[in-house]
Write a new protein. Sequence first.
Length: 176
Amino acid sequence: MLIYANGSWVEADQAVIPFNDQGFLYGDSLFETIRINQAQPFRLEKHLERMRSGMHTIRMGAQSILNSLPSLLETFIRKNRVDNALVRIMITRGVSTGSPWNSKAEPAVYLSGRNISQPPEWPVRVIFVEEKNYPILRFHPAIKSGNYLGNMLAKKDAQNAGAYEPVFVNRNGYVT
């Protein structure tokens, strides 16, 4: 599958991300995963609005970069002949110039995708996990940051427990 790597369309195994990209070094990035149904992005405007809000929250400039995403997504779908898939859009703070907390870099954009995996059977089994046991960074309003370690660990624990998906529960007992 072709991916978009900050200006270039390349095969996934040929993609290059600069070592000093702040998303790679520090998780200083945002992402959205968009479902594609019959070659159409589902609720794209909602994803873009959350990304715009996230960019504001983490003080990432150049929000105008979001204007190019619908066209990039359309090209991604066409180039990969995508019908039903999940596409991940990732925006990093870019290649660090100077100190990372005071970088003047332009954001970098990456798009990748994968076919939708169907659960092996319905209904699916889930497990409830306590947020406190997983390193999850929470913002209000909610953003999807590049730091996804807690979610990945919970997904692995769910799989090891024979479940399809983890469901997070906060310290007040509410599903998050």
